[in-house]
Design a protein around this ligand. Structure first.
Ligand SMILES: [Zn+2]
Length: 301
């Protein structure tokens, strides 16, 4: 499972950075997450095959997250694509695509409406599950949780007793989750299960101000992308525009005990990004910048 950054800037292109887009590779199936202007050019540059994308996820209706979609769909059509494509996004997006190109596409476009602002499973296949979840931005916005399914781990009854794990948590243990009691010590999955593999997870929280609403779902993920549009010096701007700062993103990663944090969606006011890295790493050391062209590997457990 690996994530490649295609765009990491906020709002508009600046200093060679393009707005948001990422591609997640799960066992050689490609999942496109947001699709800003310039996405298909970046895909060409990085050797990412358009034809291998069957699912596109759009977080919200701000142009820096979907203005590249029409161009990409059009190219797929020109190249003779026949397989259907699944798009997950707000209802308005369907209208926009309909007005611009749906009549000229040579393939079926399956639209999945995620306007409701609730957490739900939106894709469930043999090896991948994707959930959407609401975050807190100036327009309705969703993040996405990707899970690579694995053979379930086997519970060790003696150990479950010894560590006093409640029954309701058994299913999560077979998925590879660690147990964290309200008051008490974190129990690593390996202590109470064996065999199988730990599921791998990636959470993308899109554009958001720090908020309780997504705190639970991102808990313990292997890789978290959290936006950090501003450094701490501009926290007033972050509050005003419902974005986050480096410090906020890093604290969220720390509280959620994630494996690794990537920060991105950098404001165009910054030419250099070094400060972003320093501020976040001071709180959550395993932080990296979502630099374009960079690939983050989520290793098998
Ligand atoms: Zn944005």
């Amino acid at each position: 499972m690996k994530l490649t950054i295609l765009g990491s800037n906020a709002a508009a292109p600046a200093y060679g950075r393009r707005p948001t887009a990422q591609v997640l590779n799960i066992s050689e199936q490609l999942f496109l997450i947001d699709c800003a202007e310039g996405t298909q050019m970046r895909m060409q540059e990085y050797g990412i095959k358009r034809g291998r994308i069957n699912h596109i996820f759009i977080s919200h209706m701000h142009g820096d997250h979907y203005f590249g979609l029409i161009g990409l769909l059009n190219t797929m059509g020109l190249l003779g694509r026949q397989a259907a494509i699944n798009i997950y996004g707000p209802a308005q997006l369907k209208e926009i695509i309909g007005i611009q190109i749906s009549h000229s596409l040579g393939f079926e476009l399956v639209f999945n409406d995620i306007s409701e602002g609730e957490e739900k499973v939106i894709l469930d296949t043999n090896n991948v599950q994707v959930k959407c979840f609401p975050v807190h931005h100036s327009v309705p916005t969703h993040g996405f949780l990707f899970k690579k399914k694995e053979r379930p781990r086997v519970l060790l009854p003696e150990k479950l007793k010894e560590f006093e794990i409640p029954k309701y948590f058994y299913k999560q243990l077979t998925d590879g989750a660690d147990y964290e009691p309200e008051n008490g010590t974190w129990v690593k999955n390996e202590l109470v299960t064996e065999g199988g593999k730990k599921q791998r997870t990636y959470a993308y929280t899109a554009d958001t101000a720090p908020h309780e609403c997504y705190k639970e779902i991102i808990k313990g993920v292997d890789l978290l992308y959290h936006e950090a549009t501003y450094t701490k010096h501009f926290s007033d701007k972050a509050i005003e525009r419902l974005h986050s700062t480096t410090v906020e993103a890093a604290r969220i990663a720390l509280d959620a005990k994630v494996g690794q944090l990537i920060i991105g969606h950098f404001s165009s006011r910054y030419k250099e990004l070094h400060e972003f890295e320093l501020e976040a790493q001071a709180i959550f050391p395993n932080t990296e910048l979502a630099l374009e062209g960079k690939t983050f590997e989520i290793k098998e457990g």
